[in-house]
Design a protein around this ligand. Structure first.
Ligand code: MCN
Ligand code: CUN
Length: 792
């Protein structure tokens, strides 16, 4: 329960189990020996390239591929018509919709996939794209989600039978009538339109695939950038009709996923078709612009927020109506029953009397997606809304935003806390976390400094946010993705010499699973983490499970690994008893060793027991000749990590430029397996948050041209834009998780944008500004300053 120290670890105090174990994967990354998708080169491999639509909305009149096919290095040109013959032109999405693999009738967003060329090399494939002649008939595009349901708006999805508008779904949670009743009797109601704009996860490695179809035995080996290898394999089997045991998905090192690599993209399918057609392996890797323009974006939520409170600042109820822009195909990745993801946790960390949210999804002529970028299935939007709205309320009541939050927190004795939209928060103790953040920041002192600066006309802002997340999907009674229950498997195998291997269904993309999952086994069995190999990312070698997203690896797979290791330990106890000629119940466990109760000198280490099990020891009943174990874990609930963030900004009154001077983050993810990795996750997420709040933005012009299609326009933060993070932590274990751990992988991305925007708005308070939308670019901040009276 302390501020983060950062002690350098010496080999002498190398932890066996939880602790600051250095990352096992780093030696290969640091030496440039990572095994990324583009590092894979197979004999005879060909290269694919995708022709993309230059228009946002147009009918395809004709596609002429004659010239491209005549290119001496081209092996195949595949169009939507060809895929129609294979019944692959359209594919089901993860959200009960269909999406085009290659366009047949129309193009529906700029950058949509129209044709696929396979050639000897990448350059020839790209050259040949320019030889394809597509005739388009332009249609009016629908770009603004607010106009999507206008009468007379062009119908984007005329492929769907009987479709006469751009409406996708309506969904609600909470009690509308009860909430209305609370609002009717509240002293104070504040409301604001809060927009979370379209952003993009932009991982360092873009998406790609290498497909290798063997026509002799009918086996498809598919190297892919995927966060969910098993789920992908099952979906390919279901959609393409290739038997599941004839598909092997291999995900090597992934240079960042951030939700970008959950879905199946047309390029992957085209690579497979390309390999089947040519009989050779085909590689497809998108470039940066293709990644930004066509793959899973994030957010794009227009939220009407309302809060009802008493004059004294007791928050009574929250309510929101959301317009969700899902782009041209409803392809968001989330559990089936949750079309708006876990957005209904917008009740935040507060003890409320009522809450209600309704979400309407619409089609627009933009790339599909929506659930990505460390969002915890839309908890990003939920937390941003409630934490922005609490500040709007604080301004209305003229109360300090930190005090207002402290006044309204769910109290520790209320956990497990059933919120008003159907979640049960597993555990929490919010006030100490908030107080620690205020203490690290020196909150009262900061407010004094701000008052002095304001008097001099300087613009300093202090932004507070407090978030609760729901991560670790999920219990199979509530959650599935396309019918697959959201559980994960783990296998622990102990070799005769006491070294071990653990096989996972989840997939690291930079989170350090090779280290932390070894640590879970180490903690349970006392085998040093360096003696434990972690295998993942190969469906032929690992048990089935749904993969890594929604910070579910620790909550779900972590549970599976801990329980599998405990099964190993139970077997080891029985064998140790046989070896020591005593009864299992007469043995005591210390990490790595069973000894006889009352006589600690008589015992057997886990390594000795492993050798005994594989040796000539007469095995007890119920133990065959190994210590191995396998578990598929169905979590009883999600986990609810939380945190308190405080951001300090200075705004240049001449230019509107925002400088993040300080950022304090106190997180609580329950038991911390590897505090160094946890800190790294937080540092990365905080940088994401600052980026989204100040710089990142995928915009479109009226024709639907994507204005954020390169890193010249889509600005991601560098070390120049972010401060030295000041972190602290509290530990409130999850009561239902085998090791008490909650997820952490998305917390900082979820919690930090409201802290930054609250700080910017706070800095602009002298101008009467109570809200502004992200990204708070210099131009927007400048405009906000001009729209209001100049400060005293
Ligand atoms: N951990 C821990 N103690 C805890 C919780 C987690 O030591 N109490 C460790 C875990 O063992 C794991 C890491 O922290 O090594 C993250 O764990 P977890 O919170 O379970 O999240 P996942 O492993 O499921 O990762 C997914 C999450 C998501 S959804 C996005 S998006 C995101 C994120 O992770 N993408 C990332 N962080 C990322 N970090 C990197 N480097 N690259 C990405 O693509
Ligand atoms: Cu929402 S991004 Mo992460 O869940 O892969």
């Amino acid at each position: 329960q302390a501020r983060e120290a950062n002690p350098a670890m010496t080999s002498a105090d190398r932890p066996i189990g939880f602790g600051r174990v250095q990352r096992k994967e780093d030696p290969r990354f640091i030496r440039g020996k990572g095994r990324y998708l583009d590092d894979i080169v197979l004999p005879g491999m060909l290269y694919g390239a995708v022709l993309r639509s230059p228009l946002a909305h147009a009918r395809i009149v004709s596609i002429d591929t004659t010239e491209a096919l005549a290119h001496p290095k081209v092996h195949a040109v595949i169009t939507g018509k060809d895929l129609e013959g294979l019944n692959l032109a359209w594919a089901p999405t993860l959200s009960a919709d269909v999406m085009a693999i290659l366009a047949t009738d129309k193009v529906r967003f700029q950058g949509q996939e129209v044709a696929f060329v396979v050639a000897d090399d990448r350059y020839s494939a790209r050259d040949a794209l320019e030889l394809i002649d597509v005739e388009y008939e332009e249609l009016p595009p629908v770009i603004d989600a607010r106009r999507a349901m206008d009468p007379g708006a062009a119908v984007i999805r005329d492929d769907l039978e009987g479709r006469t508008d751009n409406h996708i779904f309506d969904w609600e949670a909470g009690d509308a009538a009860a909430t209305a009743a609370v609002f009717a009797r509240a002293d104070v109601v504040v409301s604001e339109e809060v927009v979370y704009p379209r952003v993009h996860p932009a991982p360092m490695e873009t998406c790609g695939a290498v497909a290798d179809y063997d026509p002799i035995d009918g086996k498809l080996t598919l190297y892919e950038t995927t966060q969910a290898p098993h789920a992908h394999r099952t979906l390919y089997a279901m959609v393409a009709g290739i038997p599941e045991h004839k598909i092997r998905i291999i995900a090597g090192d992934i240079g960042g996923g951030f939700g970008n690599k959950v879905g199946i993209y047309p390029g992957y399918v085209c690579a497979v078709v390309g390999s089947i057609v040519t009989g050779k392996p085909v590689k497809w890797v998108e470039d940066r612009s293709e990644n930004l323009m066509s793959t899973s974006f994030a957010r794009d939520y227009i939220m009407q927020g309302e809060v009802a409170a008493t004059r004294e600042g007791k928050i009574l109820a929250v309510r929101t109506k959301v317009l969700a822009d899902h782009g041209a195909f409803n392809a968001t990745a989330q559990p089936t029953k949750y079309p708006a993801g876990f957005f209904s946790i917008f009740t935040g960390s507060y003890d409320l009397e009522a809450a209600h949210c309704s979400v309407t999804g619409v089609y627009t002529n933009k790339a599909p997606g929506g659930v990505a970028y460390a969002c915890s299935f839309r908890v990003t939007e939920a937390v941003y809304l409630v934490e922005r709205m609490v500040d709007v309320l604080a301004a209305e009541l003229n109360m300090d935003p930190a005090e207002l939050r402290l006044k309204n927190f769910i109290r520790p004795e209320q956990f497990p806390y059933p919120n008003k939209t159907g979640w049960e928060y597993d555990s929490g103790d919010y006030e100490p976390t908030m107080r620690m953040a205020m203490d690290i920041a020196g909150y009262p002192e900061l407010r004094r400094e701000q008052a002095e600066k304001r008097a001099r006309g300087e613009l300093m802002g202090i932004g507070v946010s407090f978030f609760t997340e729901t991560v670790g999907a999920g219990p199979r009674k509530h959650m599935d993705i396309v019918g697959l229950g959201m559980n994960d498997g783990a296998e622990v195998r102990v070799h005769p010499t006491g070294k071990a291997v653990v096989r996972l269904s989840v997939q690291t993309q930079g989170q350090g699973h090779e280290t932390t999952f070894a640590q879970i086994v180490a903690e349970e069995l006392g085998i040093p983490p360096e003696d434990i190999e972690v295998v993942h990312g190969d469906t032929d070698q690992t048990p089935f499970g749904l993969g890594t997203y929604g910070s579910r690896s620790t909550p779900v797979s972590g549970g599976a690994v801990a329980l599998a290791a405990r099964k190993v330990r139970d077997k080891a106890r029985a064998v140790a008893a046989a070896m020591l000629e005593t009864r299992p119940e007469d043995l005591e466990w210390e990490k790595g060793r069973f000894y006889v109760k009352g006589d600690p000198s008589v015992g057997k280490t886990i390594q000795e027991i492993a050798l005994g099990t594989h040796g000539t020891v007469a095995l007890p009943d119920g133990v065959d000749g190994n210590l191995d174990a396998e578990v598929t874990y169905d979590p009883p609930n999600l986990t609810f990590p939380f945190g308190a963030y405080i951001c300090v900004v200075d705004v240049d009154p001449g230019t509107g430029k925002v400088k993040v001077r300080r950022f304090v983050a106190v997180d609580d993810c329950g038991t911390r397996i590897n505090p160094m990795i946890v800190e790294g996750q937080i540092h990365g997420g905080l940088a994401d948050g600052v980026g989204m709040a100040l710089m990142e933005f995928i915009g479109f012009d009226e024709q639907g041209n994507c204005l954020g299609g390169s890193f010249m326009d889509y600005l991601i933060p560098t070390s120049m834009e972010v401060p030295d993070w000041e972190t602290g932590y509290t530990v409130t274990p999850s009561p239902h998780h085998p090791i008490g751990a909650k997820g952490i992988g998305e917390s900082a991305t979820v919690g930090s944008p409201p802290a930054v925007v609250n700080a910017v708005v706070d800095a602009l308070a002298p101008f009467g500004v109570t809200h502004m939308d992200m990204p708070c670019t210099p131009a927007r901040v400048w405009e906000a300053m001009q729209g209001r009276p100049t400060p005293p």
